[in-house]
Design a protein around this ligand. Structure first.
Ligand code: FMN
Ligand code: SF4
Ligand code: SF4
Length: 204
């Protein structure tokens, strides 16, 4: 929920990827206007190609970034399912996002609008402003968290090579065995590539 709140209140405009009628990926900027415990909400107009793409596939992915430059930024990426819930929620979205009255100033102009709920998805939080970096996975609406990254297995001989090639210094040793601090890991794969014993495996 913290991530959903951050998307609405801090990022707000995200770039959403969908699939078009030729099965090609396409992106557009969309405002994520509200959230609750396990959903996000946005609106669009029924005449847009974006609307047709959502209706056809019901799936989307997006990334939003907040920060002044790369090293001060937090990115949140989400892969999810979305469904149209109609106009019941429209008034609330306008009240919470009053700038929308400038774009659609009167009742008639709002006729084409409809609301979508992003109701099930998984995502990743990636904070480059921290040193070492911080990342985390999350899921909402009964989706499962996707397993990504690397982990050290029982085959570890404690040689220390992985630690020497880790750019984030996020490998430590517990009882002479390497352990990756997952929340600080870039998923760069250096440790995986350099371990002479094949003791590091890809998760998922
Ligand atoms: C900052 C920003 C926010 C936007 N937010 C929305 C939005 O919330 N809903 C929407 O339908 N279009 C929004 N748009 C416009 C869409 O990005 C634009 O209509 C897009 O071209 C839709 O894709 P389509 O032309 O393939 O239908 C926004 C544009 C900008 C620049
Ligand atoms: S390089 Fe491989 S064997 Fe050596 S400490 Fe790291 S995980 Fe263990
Ligand atoms: S994947 Fe990269 S950042 Fe993560 S532990 Fe291995 S070397 Fe370090």
């Amino acid at each position: 929920m913290q991530a959903l709140k951050y998307i609405v209140e801090q990022i707000h405009t995200v770039v959403i990827a969908t699939i078009d009628k030729n099965k090609e990926p396409i992106t557009c900027a969309i405002d994520i206007m509200d959230y609750d415990t396990d959903s996000l909400y946005f609106l669009t107009a029924k005449g847009k190609n974006f609307y047709n793409r959502l209706k056809e596939h019901g799936r989307l992915a997006f990334t939003g970034v907040k920060g002044e430059n790369t090293m001060s930024s937090i990115a949140v990426s989400v892969r999810a399912e979305a469904r149209e819930i109609g106009t019941d929620y429209l008034e609330r979205l306008f009240e919470e996002n009053p700038y929308m009255y400038e774009i659609y100033p009167n009742e008639e102009s709002r006729n084409a609008l409809t609301v979508f709920q992003i109701y099930k998805g998984m995502g990743e939080w990636f904070d480059l402003s921290k040193k070492p970096i911080e990342r985390g996975s999350f899921a909402f609406g009964m989706a499962e968290i996707e397993k990504t990254g690397y982990k050290v297995t029982q085959q570890c001989k404690g040689c220390g090579i992985c630690q020497s090639v880790c750019p984030q210094n996020c490998i430590r040793f517990i009882e002479k065995r390497a352990v990756i601090e997952q929340k600080n890991c870039l998923h760069c794969g250096n440790c995986f590539a350099k371990c002479p014993y094949g003791a590091i495996i890809k998760k998922g």
